[in-house]
Write a protein that binds this ligand. Structure first.
Ligand SMILES: *Cc1c(COP(=O)(O)O)cnc(C)c1O
Length: 733
């Protein structure tokens, strides 16, 4: 479906193979590869390193090379070489499970937009051989977490870089760790590369994934390397952060990458700042015993290093900020390093901890929040740094998240010509608001996506039903006891989608606070409702897991009290694939965090991109995306926010108030969906999301705003294009 003119009929497979001293890569031509690499290794350093603890960019959800080859296969099905190549490339797993949620998916979306916009960027993250975790759900036990069975060696599109001096061997980088006596041990990592190739296959952004799970590494290292956000102990957590932070400079050096700007996506990799400060100090004091460095020398070094760093803060929630007890950090770092931390990472709340958020706040040239409201909250949390924190509201990668059916719709209207290159053209949906062909096609695309989603859900429920007798797992859904071929859930029923991590502040159970009230809304009016929920709780987050259990426990009661009008279904093992099915197939997207704890939220943007209206608390991006009566609905507590609102304690989570507000709003929404006279308003909202929200809440616009912070020199046409995206919005207004 992806049409482009760079590689057409004259296509040859050689146009998609490139190699250099580190390996052979598939997806772009040699000349494209060389141009990108030359940029990243140019002594002028005119490029950016994007650093993230996680990157979510599953190829089963977005894969331009595969799309291109699938197109070619359709037109040239006799080319057996092509078939053989495709088999080799795509018969492996389409998932790289090294992400836990929004932060990683945002990183992946951002890198894809950088690739589309041809911005010279390279990313660094870690490779986790056990991924994050795989979720099984049992109605009696709730969430059960399992290690992900995943083999990078068998994953197409992941390349183990080889050592140019020893081409039979993988490239290794080495990083010193220390014990409390400053005794050094060396940890090695091999380096995997994935490429985010743009949709015309003429540019890419490399991702370097450091893999510390090597048999010769000390056990403390391999223990920490296997699983994303392993928080078994704070030493494991600190070790993991240090692997990322200290790995960056060695891997860039090994590859000859020269980038002058480093972008920290959250503070997880901030140890790189310590490395850079150490390099500076070595120059000024001439030796590496930095305990001898004066405060002034350290501050001067930090000031210089600041000029290289751009920092994005992603959450006001405490658990998102790394603090380590000094004694814990002493077990892995050198005393020279701790001497610097003493000065730059002090924690206002605890004299015994280093606060890595403080360090990141201090050592950067510019920092940003991920929405306007989050900026205001961040200014209150970090008043000392308020001047340098501006807002760049998050976005999502439109080519990843727009469903095939919607994409086909956009393709068939001249008004949207070029929408793949420029999501801003969706503004023109306003002109089509009264066009009956457009309205019909949009409804049909939506119905098609709902049908696809329900096919998935019904098959899942049936499968669980069939498994009931053969496994020890009780099916997660009560509905598996009811379903049979004549009783499948219907896509015509008003469907509310909710999917995200199960953190308590996201309040997945909020709208079930008063089941009687909820059921009465359905039974009084004979309005059926399906709630489709999905999401993982961190395996160590007991309160989060108990919310999943509550959701399961409510299912039967909801079904019975509503006389079968309401069903609540839980889809286990949430990932990008499930997210994409859900955001396009439901009728509204629900978001009910406690304001102002959701810094941005992105799943609602994915829904909006498909024209699905949001029902949301006025938090994060929705403060900017909500237009009264036009794009969706709001509910819950509003008003100015202060420090006290940041409390995550159960009493402060406002269940009674915000759920009552939801019950107040819901009948109006249902009426609009079910009443034949009002139904057109529902479709109007879909169209208004396309025209008001798609042009703004996408990662092309976001990349353009980041670009203003990066100070890159770009070719004029490219710069003009990015300026065009940036003009569509000013996040920091
Ligand atoms: C988009 C996405 C998220 C983030 O959703 P939020 O609304 O920001 O919480 C998490 N997980 C997956 C798999 C996603 O696709």
């Amino acid at each position: 479906m992806q049409h482009n003119n760079s590689i057409n009929g004259s296509f040859s497979l050689n146009d998609l193979v490139a190699s250099n001293q580190f390996g052979t890569f598939f997806g772009v031509s040699q000349s494209v590869f060389d141009t990108v690499w030359k940029n990243l290794t140019n002594p002028d350093g005119n490029s950016v390193v994007y650093i993230s603890m996680e990157i979510g960019a599953d190829p089963d959800v977005f894969h331009p090379i595969k799309s291109k080859l699938t197109d070619l296969e359709k037109t040239d099905s006799k080319d057996t070489r092509l078939k053989a190549y495709m088999k080799k490339l795509f018969n492996g797993p389409g998932k790289i499970p090294c992400y836990g949620g929004g932060l990683g998916v945002l990183a992946g979306d951002t890198l894809k937009s950088f690739a589309d916009c041809k911005i010279p960027v390279i990313a660094v993250s870690l490779l986790y051989r056990h991924g994050y975790f795989s979720q099984i759900v049992d109605s009696k036990l709730g969430q059960i977490s399992q290690i992900v069975a995943w083999h990078p060696e068998e994953t197409p599109g992941l390349y183990l870089l080889r050592d140019p001096d020893n081409p039979d061997q993988p490239l290794h980088i080495q990083i010193p760790f220390f014990n409390e006596h400053d005794h050094e041990t060396i940890a090695s990592a091999q380096v995997w590369m994935k490429m985010e190739v743009n949709h015309s296959l003429d540019f890419f952004v490399p991702e370097l994934l450091l893999d510390f799970s090597l048999p010769d590494n000390p056990k403390a290292i391999t223990d920490a390397a296997g699983q994303l956000y392993n928080s078994e102990s704070s030493i494991i957590k600190a070790t993991q952060r240090r692997m990322l932070g200290t790995g960056i400079l060695p891997v860039l050096q090994a590859l000859g990458i020269t980038s002058k700007t480093l972008h920290l996506n959250e503070q997880h990799g901030v140890v790189v700042a310590l490395q850079l400060i150490a390099e500076e100090l070595l120059q000024t004091i001439g030796h590496s015993d930095f305990t001898q460095a004066s405060n002034e020398q350290i501050e001067n070094a930090a000031e210089k290093v600041s000029q290289k760093l751009v920092y994005t803060i992603h959450t006001p929630v405490k658990a998102g900020h790394d603090r380590f007890n000094k004694s814990v950090y002493a077990g892995i770092s050198h005393k020279s390093c701790r001497h610097i931390l003493e000065l730059l990472a002090n924690d206002d709340d605890s004299p015994h901890s280093y606060n890595f958020t403080t360090l990141a706040m201090r050592v950067n040239r510019t920092a940003n929040s991920v929405s306007r409201l989050h900026r205001d909250v961040t200014h209150k949390q970090f008043p000392f740094f308020a001047d340098k924190i501006s807002a760049i509201t998050n976005g999502v990668h439109h080519l990843t998240w727009i469903s095939d059916a919607r994409a086909e719709l956009f393709d068939s209207f001249q008004e949207f010509k070029n929408w793949r290159n420029d999501p801003g053209v969706l503004q023109k949906a306003a002109e089509l608001k009264d066009n009956s062909r457009f309205r019909t096609y949009l409804s049909r695309a939506w119905e098609k996506d709902s049908a696809i989603l329900y096919e998935y859900v019904n098959n899942m429920l049936m499968e669980h039903r069939n498994q009931m007798t053969s496994t020890w797992i009780d099916p997660p859904n009560y509905y598996s006891n009811i379903i049979d071929n004549s009783n499948r859930l219907s896509p015509k029923v008003f469907t509310v989608g909710f999917a995200r991590r199960f953190s308590t502040y996201k309040r997945a159970d909020l709208i079930f606070d008063n089941i009687d009230t909820l059921c009465k809304i359905a039974t009084d009016n004979n309005w059926p409702i399906n709630f489709l929920f999905s999401g993982k709780a961190h395996p160590a987050d007991e309160p989060g897991k108990s919310v999943i259990k509550l959701i399961l426990d409510y299912q039967q009661e909801l079904h019975e009290k509503s006389n079968g009008l309401i069903d609540l279904i839980f889809i286990p093992n949430y990932d990008m694939h499930i997210a994409k099915l859900m955001v396009a197939g439901v009728h509204v997207w629900l978001n009910n965090p406690k304001r102002p704890l959701e810094a941005s939220g992105t799943s609602g943007m994915k829904a909006a991109l498909n024209g699905v209206p949001n029902l949301s608390i006025m938090d994060g991006w929705w403060v900017e995306g909500y237009h009264e009566g036009l794009t969706g609905w709001k509910f819950g507590h509003e008003g100015p926010v202060d420090e006290a609102d940041l409390s995550e304690s159960p009493e402060a989570l406002l269940y009674p108030e915000d759920s009552a507000s939801f019950y107040n709003m819901l009948p109006g929404v249902l009426e609009e969906y079910y009443s034949p006279e009002l139904k057109s308003h529902f479709l109007d909202k879909a169209i208004m999301n396309l025209c008001l929200n798609v042009p703004i809440f996408n990662t092309h616009r976001m990349a353009a705003e980041y670009l203003q912070k990066y100070k890159l020199k770009l070719p004029k046409t490219l710069q003009n294009r990015m300026d065009g995206f940036a003009k569509l919005y000013n996040s920091n207004a």
